[in-house]
Design a protein around this ligand. Structure first.
Ligand code: ADP
Length: 488
């Protein structure tokens, strides 16, 4: 796959179907994490731009507007059209993503096709969202109507910039809401490239607005805005707490949060060790470990622990780290300096607290944020590397003896996003799946499909992305009771 020449064509805010400068005329720099070089200067939204974007989204949502009076099936057609345009431009957008995010190019392109399919999943929902008739007490004909919640603010992170944006656009558009999206400050380029397709697809102005900017400035203003009826957020648990505060301080807007995780990935003695090593490796290192649901605590039963550890080390050592555009590369750079420094700090903490550094632990080269695939063994549950999110290519391998023990240890965390298990024993799999406190449980596999809800227990979040459940988060339920002259 050849990305061709990668061009940054869009560097302004997208409001009302137009690319515009920030009110302040301010811009910010975007870097390539492989080289640390500046690749673009992007218009920076602040409160004034948030006000403009929300006003555009509010106008697009007004009763009688083109969007509100459009047939639901027509909304579906527009969403499908956008999906087709994303397919058409997948290589170009993927190239931009790889440049800006450091993702392996082929993965970046695959993510664009995947996101287009998420749109198609939601396009089909548009004319199938409806309420019920209810046999209420008394002489009433009672029914519920499902109505779009209104203007939604959507704040997305840098690790899967398009995937996570589209996970939120899909249900918002299917229900008939209007959108103001703030991409992460590290990765605004692809969101703007997709915004250009919004206009081409034929969405009315103001339905989708994209305003790059910084979290504590543009993000905060969006979350505090009284005309925003819901905020959908994916990011850190720390900022998730903030988002709830903003909602409480402003208009009690609805909030859905998809936050951090410290997911257990549990491997039993009966597993095929080679397959388990592969799957646990993917679970820990996917997207260079920059994944909220990464299986970052690998629990291995004692009977296969030594063999599993040895083979995992071989696997990590063989991994090719480097330029994300080279076809042989398996791991690119981490996203930015603060993230890189946090990973290096956590590695030092692991060593200091007595875990055994089996491989990796160092920076690669002196340009770009490349980190060696790292494995710690002899990790205990109380160590920082077993408790806190590292968000980097670091696998912690822990030993366990029994199912009961590993359930308790897997649940000993304030997170609850996902969990994985590898076993051939259906009873073990089912007991684990039903006992673990996690929003997704993957048995002999790792990962989500658009049709299945994804989100967290405990401090991993509120609400769900994907699946039918996500649609409910964008709807209000209106009960209509009509008095009848008699019971009939
Ligand atoms: P990470 O630590 O992975 O960068 P963050 O939670 O800090 O995750 O960021 C995720 C998204 O949240 C980004 O779009 C970021 O700009 C935004 N964000 C960060 N701080 C705030 C805030 N105080 N209010 C609203 N959004 C924020």
């Amino acid at each position: 796959m050849d990305p061709g020449i990668i061009e940054v064509k869009y560097n302004k805010l997208f409001i009302n179907n137009e690319f515009v400068d920030a009110v302040s005329n301010k811009t910010f720099k975007v870097i390539n994490p492989s080289t640390e070089k500046i690749i673009a200067e992007i218009a920076e939204a602040d409160k004034a731009d948030v006000d403009k974007a929300v006003a555009a989204a509010k106008a697009a949502f007004l009763r009688g507007s083109e969007w509100r009076s459009m047939d639901a099936s027509q909304r579906g057609k527009l969403i499908n059209k956008l999906a087709d345009l994303m397919d058409r431009n997948a290589k170009e957008i993927g190239g931009l993503e790889s440049l800006n995010c450091g993702k392996i190019y082929s993965n970046a392109v695959r993510e664009i096709y995947g996101a287009a399919n998420v749109l198609r999943y939601y396009a089909g929902y548009c004319d199938k969202i409806h309420g019920n008739t209810i046999p209420a007490d008394g002489n009433y004909f009672s029914l519920t109507r499902k109505e779009p919640i209104g203007v939604v603010g959507q704040i997305v992170p840098w690790n899967f910039p398009i995937t996570l944006m589209i996970w939120k656009w899909g249900p918002a558009l299917a229900t008939g809401c209007t959108i103001v999206t703030k991409p992460a400050e590290q990765t605004p380029l692809t969101a703007l490239a997709v915004a250009a397709l919004v206009k081409e697809a034929g969405f009315p102005p103001g339905v989708i607005n994209v305003i790059p900017g910084f979290g504590p400035i543009a993000g905060e203003a969006l979350c505090l805005h009284n005309d925003v009826r819901k905020v959908a957020f994916t990011g850190s648990t720390k900022v998730g707490h903030r988002i709830m505060e903003y909602a409480a301080k402003s208009n009690l807007k609805k909030v859905s949060l998809e936050l951090g995780g410290k997911s257990p990935f549990v491997i039993f003695n009966d597993a095929d060790v080679n397959e388990a090593v592969e799957l646990a490796h993917i679970a820990a290192y996917v997207n260079h470990g920059q994944t909220c649901c990464a299986g970052s605590r690998t629990f291995v039963q004692s009977g296969i622990y030594e063999e599993f550890l040895r083979k995992s080390i071989e696997k990590a050592k063989a991994k090719k780290v480097g330029d994300p555009f080279k076809p042989e590369t398996e791991q690119g750079p981490q996203i930015d300096k603060p993230s890189f420094e946090k990973i290096m700090f956590m590695i030092e903490e692991g060593k200091r607290q007595g875990a055994t550094l089996e491989t990796g632990g160092n920076r690669i080269g002196n340009e770009g944020y490349f980190v060696e695939p790292t494995i710690f063994s002899s990790v205990t549950d109380d160590m920082t590397i077993a408790r806190e999110e590292i968000f980097g290519p670091v696998q912690s391998i822990l030993k366990f003896e029994t199912l009961e023990e590993v359930i308790e240890r897997a649940n000993d965390t304030y997170y609850g996003l996902a969990a994985g298990i590898i076993t051939k024993d259906i009873n073990t799999a089912l007991v684990f799946a039903q006992s673990v406190e996690a929003g997704s449980v993957w048995v002999n596999c790792f990962g989500s499909a658009p049709q299945t809800p994804f989100g967290g227990y405990k401090q991993s979040g509120i609400g769900r992305d994907l699946g039918e459940e996500s649609i409910q988060d964008y709807l209000e339920t209106k009960t209509i009771s009509i008095k009848l002259p008699m019971k009939c």
